[in-house]
Design a binder for this molecule. Sequence first.
Ligand code: HEC
Length: 146
Amino acid sequence: MKFSMFILLLGTLAVSCQFNETGEKKADDKIVNNDTVTVDLNLKVGEELFKENCTSCHSIHEKIIGPPLYYIDTLSRQWVYAWLKNSQQLIKSNDKEANKIFNDFNKIIHPAFNFSESQIDNIVNYISNKRKMDDHSPPWIRNNSH
Ligand code: HEC
């Protein structure tokens, strides 16, 4: 009698473990395969990185210490990677754009960031998405100064 109760208990445990496993797997799959969720998560990551690392000097539409960044998705992505990784190296390599923006902003030395390319992609996508949303806001709340 005792023994069969034990077997029953083991069986129940095995069954509930299995359920847990499939449950978790399904939740993961949903995040990975659902484009909307993935895009939203990446934009959220981009927003956080931007707010933590860039907004002390940059806004999307206004010039602060650095230029506004609404046009960041029109710059070559390879250039943006190189700029954020080590702008001084880019300037010293005689890159025309890097020297121009450096001189235009009184040779303020840009901070160097140890970001992965996908983190930078997230920041760029967040900014360009935000700019598009702002531009698509109804005319009565749209700021027409840009
Ligand atoms: C300490 C202030 C400061 C911080 C922080 C900062 N920037 Fe800048 N950024 C500048 C300045 C100033 C310039 C103009 C060039 C120069 O003088 O270095 C610039 C230039 C740029 C440019 C080049 C724009 C162009 O038209 O070529 C990009 C892109 C850029 N920043 C992106 C970023 C991003 C993304 C972050 C956050 C990860 C960031 N910056 C953080 C001050 C800053």
